[in-house]
Design a protein around this ligand. Structure first.
Ligand code: MYR
Length: 280
């Protein structure tokens, strides 16, 4: 059985890695006024953060259309028997549901749409795991079983410089009552039941980052069999500093740097930092 691996652009798997591993991708878009740009296709992450400096109004974001997804699946159906497709949390985007609906319509290929319940390289971890498993001949059901196992250990925490974008875009849950006070601090955020909710209210950026690193280190003290990604919104140096400080203490742990691209960057804003890890 030939199994394809697909994801959406918000996994932010660099193009080179996608090409090398035959990872198929459907892009989400950012819409500046009336002009839509497919991220990773029409607009790079660097161009996006540059453009954000000169616009007054926050862009909007949109999921790929059913038509685009259908076309992609029809192409895959010519070569593959099944596709495992990993997506950003269904609590913040309709993308996963759209892939499943398109999959129900396309003949000749079995479509397994998987809700990562988070996004960015956390989602990417599932994709890369699927690549390894599909290459060694595993069936979609086996890949999905491994995904469910990853979900038990995966953790993702992130913080933003300013909560306004998340709140305006309607992607901050469970915080309405707290909002006034949250705007004064640097809350750590995470996903619960597919939604973004505050994890802890922390007064400063430095303390929030230390708290996240503390949770990561607690897990790394239990086992160095982890994969970790440090994710940044146009703050590569800051992410690299966190990575190298962590590596000094835990040299055996596999680490990488990830990025918040245009769609997620629209909602988080420049300067956001996140850390995500799971047990290999
Ligand atoms: C859409 O328009 O369908 C996409 C909406 C994306 C909302 C993004 C909200 C922020 C997600 C943060 C992920 C952090 C992962 C570590």
């Amino acid at each position: 059985m030939k199994v394809a691996v697909m994801t959406d652009s918000t996994a932010y798997i660099p193009e080179q890695t996608r090409e090398k591993n035959n990872i198929h991708m459907v892009p989400l878009s950012v819409v500046f006024e009336d002009e839509a740009y497919r991220e990773e296709v029409d607009i790079s992450t660097g161009e996006f953060y540059q453009k954000m400096k000169s616009v007054q109004e926050l862009p909007k974001t949109s999921q790929p259309s059913i038509g685009v997804i259908t076309q992609k699946l029809e192409e895959l159906a010519k070569e593959y028997d099944a596709v495992v497709s990993v997506h950003l949390s269904s609590g913040i985007s309709g993308t996963c549901q759209a892939v499943q609906s398109a999959g129900d319509m396309v003949e000749g290929i079995d479509v397994y749409a998987y809700d990562s319940e988070l996004s960015c390289m956390g989602q990417g971890f599932y994709v890369l795991e699927a690549v390894r498993m599909a290459a060694s001949g595993k069936k979609p059901e086996e890949i999905l079983a491994r995904f469910d196992q990853i979900k038990q250990s995966i953790r993702a925490y992130f913080m933003v410089d300013d909560l306004t974008n998340l709140q305006r875009g309607g992607r901050l849950s469970g915080a309405q009552a707290l909002l006034g006070s949250l705007l004064q601090v640097k809350p750590i955020l995470h996903f619960v039941d597919k939604l973004i909710v505050p994890f802890e209210k922390i007064r400063t950026r430095k303390k929030a980052i230390n708290r996240i690193m503390g949770m990561l280190k607690e897990d790394a003290e239990q086992t160095q069999e982890l994969r970790v990604v440090f994710i940044h919104a146009n703050r590569e140096e800051a992410a690299k500093e966190l990575e190298s400080a962590f590596k000094e203490e835990f040299p055996e742990v596999e680490t990488t740097i990830g990025y918040f691209g245009p769609v997620i960057g629209t909602h988080l804003g420049e300067g956001a930092i996140g850390v995500c890890w799971y047990r290999k």
